[in-house]
Design a protein around this ligand. Structure first.
Ligand code: HEM
Ligand SMILES: [Ca+2]
Ligand SMILES: [Ca+2]
Length: 300
């Protein structure tokens, strides 16, 4: 059972310590925000929110070595490691890496201008981290709404949670190969996905003409570093980056919610806050399950 004041007697300043460490890191690099938020999502969808994504393995067969996790930015790992070090110096052996990640994910949202919300605590760190167990657990950018709903529902998350959490794409960037299929040879008669604004498509083709496989573009073309509702406004304007983003507007089962979030930032913020709480409950280990890791990148 998670609770907001879980560490009230054992580490009363944990929220403040984490926030300070995250803020320091964020001031050095803005990418701390998207990196940390995405990492929280990828952690929760594989083995639950248990910091399994942090484990480093010499054989390169841990969760973080899986294809879908290779694009997780190093700044996310670094943020949690720094926060953990700060927490350990005040309350050694008490706070899990899973809880530090949950707090850090909230803190970065606030740092880029998003909503403030309460985070439940009391998660324990997992004892399993295998690349082979990632397959099929994380949504691919080519999915349609049915596929997205299926994968979120298997984690106890609703259609509304899925639409609101996709709003995390209001910050950060993506490698070109994740949406290239929408720009070239889309179908026999249409090289470009017809549900994409043609001017936006040309901009992306231009931005991705760099043959460097590390080339990235902003996911939210209007405000990459700000947590706002422009992600949904982009979808209405047919300027969603991934098939899975644009599908939320194209599909009638999710369109009305996308339009509401596009028109009303407060509605998006409140749906996002409650969806983050639900995400943070996925598959959590409590009581005497798992462990409190000393070093987030290794089992005790
Ligand atoms: C709905 C299904 C989702 C799909 C198909 C999806 C897919 C992707 C893909 C393909 C990327 C680009 C990775 C790269 O090439 O570097 C990305 C980036 C990102 N995703 Fe998602 N995602 C989804 C949901 C979420 C959720 C629920 C969150 C967080 C709550 C999230 C947060 C992010 C962030 C912040 C980035 C930018 C990362 C960075 O700049 O380092 N995504 N996502
Ligand atoms: Ca996990
Ligand atoms: Ca934005």
């Amino acid at each position: 059972q998670l609770s907001e004041n879980y560490y009230a007697s054992t580490c009363p300043s944990v929220e403040l310590i984490v926030k300070q460490a995250v803020t320091t890191k964020f001031k050095q690099t803005v990418t701390t925000a998207p990196a940390t938020l995405r990492m929280f999502f990828h952690d929760c969808f594989v083995e639950g929110c248990d910091a399994s994504v942090f484990i480093a393995s010499e054989n390169e067969d841990a969760e973080k070595d899986a294809d879908d996790n290779k694009s997780l930015a190093g700044d996310g790992f670094d943020t949690v490691i720094k926060a953990k070090t700060a927490v350990e110096s005040q309350c050694p052996g008490v706070v899990s890496c899973a809880d530090i990640l949950a707090l850090a994910a909230r803190d970065v949202v606030v740092l880029v201008g998003g909503p403030e919300f309460k985070v439940e605590l009391g998660r324990r760190d997992g004892l399993v981290s295998k690349a082979s167990r990632v397959t099929g657990k994380l949504p691919e950018p080519g999915l349609d709404v049915r596929g997205l709903v299926q994968i979120f529902a298997s984690n106890g998350l609703s259609l509304t949670d899925m639409i609101a959490l996709s709003g995390a794409h209001t910050i950060g960037s993506s490698h070109c190969n994740r949406f290239a299929n929408r720009l070239h040879n889309f179908s026999t008669f249409m090289p470009v996905d017809p549900t994409m604004d043609p001017v936006y498509a040309q901009q992306l083709i231009q931005a991705c003409s760099d043959p460097n496989p590390d080339a990235v573009v902003d996911i939210d073309l209007t405000s990459r570093d700000t947590f706002d509702n422009s992600y949904y406004q982009n979808l209405v304007a047919r300027k969603g980056l991934f098939t899975s983003d644009q599908a939320l507007f194209n599909d009638l089962s999710s369109q009305a919610t996308v339009v509401r979030f596009a028109n009303n930032a407060e509605e998006f913020y409140s749906a996002f806050s409650s969806a983050m709480r639900n995400l943070g409950r996925v598959g959590v280990k409590v009581g005497n399950q798992g462990e409190i890791r000393r070093d987030c990148s290794a089992f005790n």
